[in-house]
Design a protein around this ligand. Structure first.
Ligand code: BTN
Length: 232
């Protein structure tokens, strides 16, 4: 796919910018990239700490046949990039990428829906690349990590961005092609939660992986949404 990139040195949230562009009719492949964000958005109304050194991008996606697989596919895309860089990423259902038991990247997929049809998706990705999590706000201490923390060296984000976008395009193509089995297989091979004791809202038990619809299975019960808390 062809990316049409709008760049900011600093912006409130690339997600807000991309949603506004999509509402104005921006085509599939429109991307907003920022070097830093002052009002980064996470899932469930949380904030996303986005200092310079990370990669923050929101992309407009149209005509996606099965949006359920976008978050899983993007997890694979980020994991592939981190693996090539030399890290060992794991995917925590449904939108988190972990390395060494700490969060290194997050995915936020927003959608605008009319009736039964999806007008567009905006997929936001934040990856902690350069810098050190030790410099992050105290509430993130212990739970976040950067690629530089893991590898001991920083990277040139401008040079690596084309590779990240290529990985994303490749995995989104699998979503468009309906290659759900491939998406699920790669995701399952990187599952951070499988076998662990977890809870989501009032469901508690052992995480047993994801079903063919991408839902988390806790003791056989499919969970469709929510934040997973580790209990072990
Ligand atoms: C999460 O793990 O809670 C999701 C984090 C998503 C962060 C990305 S960074 C690019 C895009 N713009 C935002 O404001 N948020 C997403």
């Amino acid at each position: 796919m062809t990316w049409n990139i709008t760049r900011y040195d600093a912006v409130g949230s690339t997600q807000d910018e991309a949603i506004a562009l999509a509402q104005d009719g921006a085509p599939d492949g429109t991307v907003v990239v920022a070097k830093e964000m002052t009002g980064g958005k996470g899932t469930h109304g949380r904030t996303w700490h986005a200092p310079e050194g990370g990669w923050y991008a929101s992309m407009v996606l149209r005509d996606i046949p099965d949006p359920r697989f976008v978050t899983l596919a993007l997890g694979n895309a980020i994991a592939d990039v981190l693996e090539v860089a030399g890290a060992e990423p794991r995917l925590k259902w449904v939108n988190d990428v972990f390395v060494d038991g700490k969060k290194i990247a997050g995915i936020l997929v927003d959608s605008e829906i009319t009736g039964d049809s999806v007008d567009f998706l905006v997929a936001g990705i934040g990856i902690n690349l350069n810098g050190h999590a030790a410099d992050y706000p105290s509430e993130l201490q212990g739970g976040a990590v950067t690629l530089e923390d893991v590898l001991g060296v920083g990277m040139c984000i401008e040079d690596d961005e084309p590779f990240i976008l290529e990985s994303i395009a490749g995995w989104l193509q699998k979503v468009r092609d309906g290659r759900n089995d491939e998406i699920l297989a790669h995701w399952r091979a990187r599952d951070f939660l499988k076998g662990r004791t977890v809870s989501v809202a009032d469901v508690q038990g052992t995480a047993e992986g994801i079903d063919d619809a991408g839902h988390l299975l806790i003791d056989g019960t499919p969970v469709t949404a929510g934040t997973v808390v580790l209990d072990d």
